[in-house]
Design a protein around this ligand. Sequence first.
Ligand code: NAP
Ligand code: FE
Length: 364
Amino acid sequence: MKFKHELPVKIYYGSKCLSANDKELVKLGRKAFIMTGPKSGKLSGALEDVLEALRLNNIEFSIFDRVENNPSFKNVEEAGKIAADFGADFVIGIGGGSPLDASKAAAVLAVNRIKPVELYKNMYKNNPLPIAAIPTTAGTGSEVTPYSILTRHDLKTKMSFGSRQTFPQIAFVDPGYLRSVPVKILANTAVDALSHSIEGYLSKRSTPVSDLYAVESIRQFGKSYKNLLKLEINEQTRNSLMYSSMLGGMVITHTGTTIVHSLGYYLTYFYDVPHGMANGVFLEEFLSYNYTASEQKINNILSLCELKSIREFGKAIEMLVGNFKLTCEDARKCAESVPGNKVSSNPENIDVSGLYGIVKKSCC
Ligand code: NAP
Ligand code: FE
């Protein structure tokens, strides 16, 4: 048995965990640069909690609440510049994956004179500003990953960067912030978290420890998705979704995502399909393609979700996120967009024609 395991994020989990541990913010500095979206920070109540914690501890702050969904270079460049002009000591990201990922980019750009494209070198002369991450969706697990996924108009796709330097220093994970999330977004993001755990569990890069996280994450999804379908969303459901998402982040921190995410980026870039849905449409065919190579693990996924077959699994995911259609020509381009490193971590050998088969069966 051989593996490396590293997770340098201090995590506080649970209801009101920020106000109970507000002194942690003082350790990050005296000037906070808050990054959030136009709605997520306010509607979740997380922004109010953060402002209260900062005032109580006499920490100065500046708010940037214009983070875009699927943030662009321009968006993070602007935020980085404002953070630098403000003289920020640290960044607080509040929101779904978009604000949290944008915080990581701005934390680097605020202290390094580089263009956003150079973020992808994954080595920065000056250490990024420390980051506190506060998720308000249950999907990306970005609060515990080093990854930041930005829209690359130059390459017409989305692409992630991330290294040991871009982990948040601290995460405050409070399931209560999910109360304001519309059910459609809850469903899409739950499927993103599931996708992280399934892709990581089946990846050739999985480890015994990442598998522990993955199994528990999938089990928590299994406990909550029926409630999502019945629109019976209570405290327990929100807790399962948030916990599943955080564990899914821990999985991909060690395994990375695989072909499902790469195929999904195509749908998001060209058709603005929400991230979780973009992954969800490929999951059934991903499992079918890999069944022979990963029979035991796939049977375990089905049993953790209390489902009898891959077909039943596909129907459940479709009920959560819907489906999406592509032309055959587009399906080919989507298959061709998957980078080599994602192909190599797929459990079963796969090439462009195998990918094309998955896309065609999923979307044509
Ligand atoms: P998102 O793009 O952050 O947010 C989706 C929508 O939900 C936005 O309109 C947002 O409002 C709203 N929202 C967020 N929290 C809310 C709340 N509590 N109440 C009401 N509305 C709320 O969606 P996401 O799925 O969480 O993140 C997707 C992004 O993360 C993608 O760019 C994806 O590529 C990336 N991602 C990152 C990782 C990673 O490891 N870093 C992993 C997977 C995916 P606002 O517009 O106001 O924010
Ligand atoms: Fe994702």
